[in-house]
Design a protein around this ligand. Structure first.
Ligand code: 1HN
Length: 360
């Protein structure tokens, strides 16, 4: 803690922490002495600082959609989307309560927008992905492009792009937001601003980016150096049939099933630099082999029914359930019926830093 300007630090405020070695009075006295100079002995903290294997703060957890949907709906009676700025119930990892994070690096929440509501235009350093879970027909507008969202659509809000949402349909819509907020805040680089118009004046044709970039061709002369995908909406109805093709040709991974990665069509990279996503089909009866990797992963069931064993706990899932696997925890999926799992993690950031690992 910092002393207020002009006040002397309390006499004990720079006392050393008690370490195992503090039981030796000579060492304890030395630790107190260097502590006055804001120094601490590395040999007392090294083992916690540089661990043999990842030390994960979060725990495995699941949010069953049919249990939390009524609570999300109830929030609709408390305040309007406009009052709330964004009406979201944050999914907090049970071991990280009060920190608005589902893993150490990622934020997740369930957002509700009722018919006739808007969530006004703003932009911020954090990037968002949205996975549409309930209702159909609300839109988001990103960077001057409007897209109407449907079940299973994977929608990007790249960093610093203007975005607003609105629901012109007759039914409430709920989607999962995942943002790299804890990552951005780790670097202490968060900026945000409101835009003058609550609803962007969309200058482009609806779904313009999906039309331009989503079919394996690129508009001639496209600059391909962008580190984030130019596509705003990867519609489920386009991605889902590809999984069936992978199954038919036997492209089923023993851990992940038949899986595609949401790619940046400009360079084959991830959809964005901080967060990456996959969509996987697990054939009926699939029994996945144990797997672990350093990227804590948020899964969402979009179809089917199954279980995922994470460490020594087993989580039963069905459509719209959200569950989280902490980094380096061993997990394996099983599918009772043909199932589709969406997943998202911070793997692109870890890869860029050269620290991502997996164990097959
Ligand atoms: C945000 O801008 C949205 O635009 C949702 O829908 C959730 C959580 C933290 C910070 C910004 C949105 C958010 C958010």
């Amino acid at each position: 803690m910092q002393a207020a300007a002009g006040t002397a630090p309390r006499s004990d405020s720079k006392k050393a922490q008690v370490y195992p070695g503090s039981s030796d009075p000579k060492r304890a006295a030395f630790y107190d002495k260097i502590s006055q100079h804001d120094m601490t002995p590395l040999w007392e903290v090294l083992k916690d600082l540089v661990t043999k294997e990842p030390k994960t703060l979060g725990v495995p957890a699941i949010w069953h959609f049919d249990r939390v949907k009524p609570l999300v709906e109830e929030s609709g009676g408390l305040l309007t989307a406009q009052e709330a700025e964004r009406r979201v119930l944050v999914l907090e990892n049970p071991a990280l309560r009060g920190q608005s994070r589902i893993t150490n690096s990622l934020y997740a929440g369930l957002q509700l927008i009722l018919p006739g509501e808007i969530a006004g235009a703003h932009r911020h350093t954090a990037s968002a992905i949205r996975l549409i879970l309930d209702g159909e027909g609300a839109y988001t507008q990103v960077d001057g492009e409007k897209t109407v969202m449907k079940y299973g659509d994977f929608v990007l809000t790249p960093n610093w792009t203007a975005h607003d949402h609105g629901n012109e349909s007759k039914v409430p819509m709920i989607w999962l937001d995942v943002l790299d907020v804890p990552t951005v805040n780790f670097f202490e680089t968060a900026f945000a601003e409101h835009l003058d118009d609550a609803v962007q004046n969309t200058a482009r044709v609806d779904n313009d980016s999906t039309w331009r970039f989503g079919a394996g061709v690129l508009p001639d002369g496209t600059d391909t150096r962008m580190i984030r995908s130019p596509i705003i909406n990867y519609p489920y109805e386009r991605t889902r049939p590809i999984l069936d093709r992978l199954v038919r040709t036997g492209d089923v991974d023993k851990h992940h099933g038949a899986r595609v990665r949401y790619a940046n069509p400009l360079n084959g990279g991830w959809s964005g630099p901080t967060m990456g996503a996959h969509l996987a089909l697990l054939p009926q009866g699939f029994k996945g082999a144990d797997y672990r990797s350093t990227d804590g992963t948020i899964f969402v069931c979009l179809e089917g029914k199954g279980q995922t064993r994470i460490g020594d706990e087993t989580f039963e899932w069905s459509p719209r359930d959200v569950f989280v696997v902490p980094p380096w925890k061993t997990y394996a999926h099983k599918a009772d019926r043909e199932s589709v799992l969406f997943s998202i993690s911070d793997r692109p950031a870890q890869e860029a830093l050269g620290i991502w690992r997996e164990m097959n």
